[in-house]
Design a protein around this ligand. Structure first.
Ligand code: MF3
Ligand code: CO
Ligand code: CO
Length: 279
């Protein structure tokens, strides 16, 4: 397996798949309220992807790393669940924090994105963890341009998250994505500047930091379903995910939609426009 570099047709395919994945999250948003079950959200997402978007939910029956096939169409990870939570018949309750992770296949291209949702009114601790994790993702995204290294992305995320008193999960990472759901390279959310693969135009990969309020260690969930991962210390965990393209001058976020939250102010501030010509 090697890194794939997308040409104009591939980029067009990735743009469409990415937007569709984000639009599934937009569609689900008003349904994420106290009393809804994650199974109900899964059914809503499945039917929207298949019937409205003409796509395929990539997680359904996905076999990653020799695991049992994933049984649902989205991942829903609640509170101390870190990732890969399987939707079930338990109702969400006020104050829960839930990550919904959507991957859509459209015309053989994959778009992969996740957001945090706070059910009803959340605690200050929950709100802070979700917003710091969102900013951590963007600290990684804003590094992306040809010539930097994957270690620069990981370092930016780790420095910010740990600076806020949180920890970075090590066992799961972002990934190259295209006509294959998980392809090279691995995109670690921690690391050292200047290390690992150099970015080149046409690469597409996800940045999806999992940030714990407590310690970084994780374990298999008590469900023993082969997928659900939880924090070892039962502290809250959050995650956001975008799929990005390396452009000639920087990055394009492929998983944006009308309902995507705006980038944090520091992302726009770092962007220096060309100087106006002086007559
Ligand atoms: N969407 C997840 C990711 O960001 C992968 C989920 S694999 C599944 O990489 F099988 F659990 F859906
Ligand atoms: Co992903
Ligand atoms: Co995902």
């Amino acid at each position: 397996m090697t890194i794939t570099y997308k040409d104009a047709d591939g980029i067009a395919g990735m743009r469409l798949a990415g937007r569709l994945a984000a639009e599934v999250l937009d569609y689900l948003t008003p349904f994420v309220v106290p009393g809804v079950t994650t199974n109900a959200l899964d059914k809503l997402a499945h039917d929207y992807i298949v019937d409205v978007q003409g796509g395929i939910p990539a997680p359904l029956n996905y076999r990653g790393g020799g695991k049992i096939p994933y049984p649902k169409s989205i991942c829903t990870s609640v509170n101390h669940q870190v990732c890969h939570g399987i939707p079930n018949d338990k109702a969400l309750k006020k104050g829960d924090v839930v990550n919904i992770d959507v991957t859509v296949i459209k015309n053989s291209w994959h778009g992969d994105t996740s957001r945090m949702f706070i059910v009803g009114e959340g605690s200050i601790a929950a709100k802070r963890l979700c917003s710091v994790t969102y900013e951590a993702m963007w600290h990684g995204i804003r590094m992306v341009k040809p010539g930097i290294h994957l270690g620069d992305i990981g370092f930016a995320i780790q420095r910010f998250a740990e600076g806020q008193g949180y920890s970075v999960v090590r066992e799961f990472c972002g990934h190259g994505i295209g006509q294959v759901f998980h392809e090279e390279p691995q995109v670690l959310h921690y690391g050292r500047p200047g290390t690992l693969e150099m970015l080149r135009e046409g690469m597409t990969f996800t940045i999806e930091p999992m940030i714990n309020a407590g310690r970084k260690e994780i374990k298999d969930g008590p469900e023993k379903d082969g997928w659900t991962i939880v924090t070892a210390d039962r502290s809250l965990s959050a995650q956001w995910e975008h799929t990005v393209l390396v452009t000639p001058t920087g990055y394009e976020v492929l998983t944006l939609s009308a309902g995507s939250p705006p980038a944090p102010a520091f992302v726009a501030e770092a962007f220096v426009p060309a100087s106006p010509a002086i007559a």
